[in-house]
Ligand binder design. Structure first.
Ligand code: FMN
Length: 129
C-alpha cells in the first residue's frame, strides 16, 4: 500500500525505504537536500547491481506515501524523512515493452542493426532462459 499500491513492492522478495535525518542539516546548508537524494540514489544503484549479480532484479520506487511511512515508523515532524524506496525480487517480463540488446543503436554500419528479426530472436532467447 505504502508504495502507491504498486504490485512490484507488494510481491517482491523485499522492499526497503531509505530514511534520513532531515530538518537539521538544512538549517545551515540547503544544498544538503540535493545531496541526500544523490546518496539514496547511490544506495539504490548498488541494490540494482547486487540484485543482477545474484540473478534477481530490482526497481527504484519513487512513488510512495511518505506520510504513511513516517506514521508507520512513528516519526513525527520533519526530523526524519523517507526519500527513496527500493524493491528486489524475481522479474515478470512485460511483453508490451520492446527490449533490444544493450547499445544496439551504436552498432557500426555493416553490422546487424536491430530489426524485427532481432527483436524476435531476443524474445525467443528470453522465453528459453
Ligand atoms: C528514482 C527512481 C524512481 C523510480 N520509481 C519507480 C516507481 O515508483 N515505480 C516503478 O514501477 N518504477 C520506478 N522506477 C523504475 C523506472 O520506471 C524504470 O523501470 C527504470 O528507471 C529503468 O528504466 P529504463 O529501462 O528505461 O532505463 C524508478 C526508477 C528510479 C531511478
Amino acid at each position: 500500500m505504502i508504495s502507491c499500491h504498486q504490485d512490484i513492492a507488494a510481491d517482491s522478495c523485499f522492499a526497503v525505504g531509505f530514511s534520513t535525518g532531515f530538518a537539521d542539516p538544512f538549517q545551515s546548508a540547503s544544498w544538503v537536500y540535493r545531496e541526500l537524494f544523490w546518496k539514496t540514489g547511490l544506495l539504490g544503484q548498488l541494490l540494482y547491481l547486487e540484485a543482477e549479480t545474484v540473478g534477481v532484479r530490482a526497481t527504484g520506487i519513487g512513488c510512495f506515501f511518505d506520510d504513511a511511512v513516517h506514521r508507520l515508523l512513528g516519526l513525527d515532524g520533519l526530523a526524519w524523512q523517507s526519500l527513496y524506496h527500493f524493491t528486489v525480487g524475481g522479474p515478470v517480463e512485460d511483453r508490451r515493452v520492446r527490449s533490444l540488446p544493450p547499445y544496439a543503436h551504436l552498432r557500426r554500419s555493416g553490422e546487424e542493426r536491430p530489426d524485427s528479426a532481432m527483436i524476435k530472436r531476443v524474445r525467443a532467447n528470453r522465453t528459453r532462459a
